[in-house]
Write a new protein. Sequence first.
Length: 118
Amino acid sequence: QVQLVESGGGLVQAGGSVRLSCTASGRTFSPDAMGWFRQAPGKEREFVAAIYWSGGSTYYADSVKGRFTISGDNAKNTVYLQMNSLKPEDTAVYYCAVRTRVRGWEYWGQGTQVTVSL
């Protein structure tokens, strides 16, 4: 089994910054990518950002481009999400996820709350 442990959420004022971290551990595996999703109250879970280990390509949702940066360490199965210029609409539970070639986004963290106040 694979476990994902997230950290770094919290309460921040609009315009501020937060950095999320996530480390995957457990059985030996080689993920295709790691990423972040979020779910706001009353809304569906949505994609935020992903990093593909082969080549290091990164992808972002349009709503976070230019404000969020995803990075990571393949050898440590660790991914980070640097979130700058936060807006109240960024308030959500942020989930770390691991993508495998066979099953797509297969493993999920427990989520970490990010609340952006005015």
